[in-house]
Design a protein around this ligand. Structure first.
Ligand code: ADP
Ligand code: MG
Length: 294
């Protein structure tokens, strides 16, 4: 017996490392005419590394003390930046004190009590009011190099800044170009990261339309706006912060290898083999199957 075209397309997508959750999803994939991509973990490899340790002179902390506090607070988090901080500490053989009262806010950062001190780690612009402070200047200096700067607060006071670097995926630019060709529209970048780091990555991936500094609901609203203008939007993301946008999209696609559980559950399709280039391939498979469905 021959398989119905949409079912063989699902099997075919599976061979390319994409898990498509239903025949309806397989059909909808071919209708997509606009794409919004997340940055960290989606267009980038998602294995960022700590490159800079900058304790503030007034904090009284040495580099390794700053890293120890930040890593202890980040330890329970599943965010790629958190893993970078924890890895940097273990590479230096630093023992981590236990974190208590851990809390995380998607798109912002984490907070925990470490050795009796309240430690917050996250986006400088979200944790700090004064944009013109010395810390903001230090963060901007790192961001000019395409780094993601994260701020460490101890008991509410700035203690230092960490610089983190992540590489674009080797297939990022080719995937962006294929998606532009297939959909007839240049893809959009939606990121919670700062505008300078976002612009750096966008240039490497060939994206002009960049929206940075977005909270999870801002990403969702950007998608709803595109859908409201009559577009059928595909969102590709990996994080808890992408879940509302994945849910609002015509099609949500999650990066499987390092994606958060929430993103995997919310998405309509999952890239299991970690190859971004499988996304345009799957859109093309849907288009071909739809031609065969009468
Ligand atoms: P993206 O949209 O690029 O995947 P996120 O929305 O996950 O990025 O994060 C946006 C910003 O929030 C990060 O660049 C960082 O400054 C901050 N942030 C979020 N989670 C964490 C964390 N666990 N540790 C440090 N910073 C964080
Ligand atoms: Mg992400």
């Amino acid at each position: 017996a021959t398989m119905p075209p949409l079912l063989s397309a699902i099997a075919n997508a599976g061979r390319h490392g994409v898990l498509v959750k239903s025949a309806v999803v397989m059909e909808r994939l071919g209708q997509v005419d606009a794409v919004a991509l997340d940055k960290t973990g989606t267009l980038t490899e998602g294995t960022p590394r700590v490159t800079d340790l900058r304790p503030l002179p007034g904090s009284g902390l040495r580099e390794e003390e700053l890293l120890t506090l930040a890593a202890a607070a980040e330890h329970p988090s599943e965010h790629p930046l958190a893993r970078a901080v924890v890895d940097a500490a273990s590479e230096r053989g630093l023992g981590l004190p236990a974190a208590e009262d851990f809390a995380s806010e998607p798109g912002v950062g984490v907070k925990a009590v470490v050795d009796g001190r309240t430690v917050e780690v996250g986006a400088p612009a979200r944790l700090l009011d004064e944009a013109r402070s010395p810390v903001a200047a230090l963060a901007e200096e790192l961001e000019e190099f395409g780094r993601t700067a994260i701020l460490v607060l101890v008991d509410g006071s700035p203690a230092g800044v960490l610089g983190i670097a992540d590489r674009p995926r080797p297939d990022a630019a080719a995937t962006v170009a294929s998606l532009a060709r297939l959909t007839g529209t240049a893809p959009t970048l939606l990121t919670g990261d700062n505008p300078r780091a976002a612009a750096h990555l966008a240039a490497e991936a060939g994206i002009d339309d960049v929206r940075a500094g977005l909270l999870p609901q801002d990403k969702m609203n950007a998608v709803k706006e595109m859908e409201g203008a009559g577009r059928k939007v595909m969102v590709v993301g990996d994080g808890v912060n992408d879940a509302p946008a994945l849910a609002a999209a015509h099609i949500g696609v999650a990066m499987g290898r390092a994606g958060s559980d929430l993103a995997l559950e919310t998405a309509d399709a999952v890239i299991v083999r970690d190859e971004l280039a499988a996304v345009p391939t799957t859109v093309a498979l849907s288009r071909r199957a739809r031609q065969l469905v009468v």
